[in-house]
Ligand binder design. Structure first.
Ligand SMILES: Nc1ncnc2c1ncn2[C@@H]1O[C@H](COP(=O)(O)OP(=O)(O)OP(=O)(O)O)[C@@H](O)[C@H]1O
Ligand SMILES: [Mg+2]
Length: 278
């Protein structure tokens, strides 16, 4: 069925000891859609991603990937299913002892691709997509933070997956590099029709790139909508999250009024996006 969602998360629960982390999480990602998953630190976002690639099985509920239930698939089949999903882990570490080429080639070699020409052409096109042509021989220790993230993006996409999951791909990057990494992720999603789920705290990039956003809080999806609806939300916890407001009385410490940069950044992103799309 063409219209069936690529990812279905149906009422999943997860608990570690006494701590309930996921308390009935449900959402879907349509084929080719880019969904942003947002929520406070410790809300369970990375735990959700681990369920999507079968590294964790839910205590109850189910996860379907392209119609197949992850937790019912035998371990050997799971590896095959996983090969159809590119995953960029949080802190997306590269293998320190391998150069850029070998890091990106790693998933292909794991899948048994041996032909040197094929390896080269696929690694080269993944590196070109993240604008890193010419850096193949560099070791991770000699890359900038932004380059490391881009190599990790290339590694996630090199095996032409049907679906890409990114956990905080822009964390710790300067705002300009962060924008270009976000742009790359969106471009890869649109150009190759890859179903994409991205976990991020970077609200201006959410506004730029997401088709839809879900907000996770207290182990549940508390809100779903488009970026435009997100900015217009009346929900206070969500508003505070978007604006990065902890409720502290900053004005009492300022000697003169200050601009609210977060707000301006988000409104700039909104203006750009919806002016060009309308
Ligand atoms: N394997 C595990 N064993 C025990 N507790 C775990 C395990 N994995 C995650 N947790 C706990 O589950 C909660 C959610 O963790 P998770 O990594 O999903 O948070 P997150 O939403 O990704 O946060 P952040 O934005 O900081 O990355 C945390 O309290 C974490 O300590
Ligand atoms: Mg996380």
């Amino acid at each position: 069925m063409e219209n069936q969602p690529y990812i279905v998360v149906d009422n999943i629960t997860q608990q570690f000891g006494q701590q309930v982390v996921l308390d009935g999480v449900s959402f879907e990602v349509k084929k080719g859609e880019l969904l942003a998953l947002i929520g406070g630190s410790g809300a369970g976002k990375s735990v959700i991603l681990k369920h999507l690639v079968g590294l964790l099985d839910p205590l109850s509920g189910k996860v379907l990937i392209n119609g197949l239930q992850m937790s019912n698939v035998p371990e050997r089949e799971k590896a095959k299913l996983r090969a159809r999903i590119g995953f960029m882990f949080q802190n997306g570490a590269l293998f320190d002892s391998m150069n850029v080429f070998d890091n990106v080639a790693f998933p292909l070699r794991e899948q048994g691709v041996k032909d040197k020409k094929e390896l080269e052409s696929r690694v080269e096109s993944a590196l070109a997509a993240v604008e890193l042509t010419g850096h193949e021989d560099k070791m991770p220790a000699n890359l900038s933070g932004g380059m490391i993230k881009r190599v990790a993006v290339a590694r996630a996409m090199v095996s032409s997956p049907e679906c890409l999951l990114y956990d905080e791909p822009t964390a710790g990057l300067d705002p300009v590099v962060s924008d270009s990494v976000s742009y790359m992720i969106r471009r890869i999603c649109v150009a190759q029709q890859i179903t994409t789920l991205i976990v991020t705290h970077d609200m201006s990039s959410v506004v730029h790139m997401a088709d839809r956003v879900i907000f996770l809080e207290r182990g549940r999806v508390q809100w779903t909508g488009t970026p435009l609806q997100l900015i217009e939300t009346e929900s206070l916890p969500l508003k505070n999250f978007i604006m990065g407001s902890s409720g502290e009385n900053w004005e009492s410490l300022h000697r003169e009024p200050r601009p609210d940069f977060q707000k301006e950044l988000i409104h700039e992103a909104l203006k750009e996006r919806y002016q060009t799309e309308r």
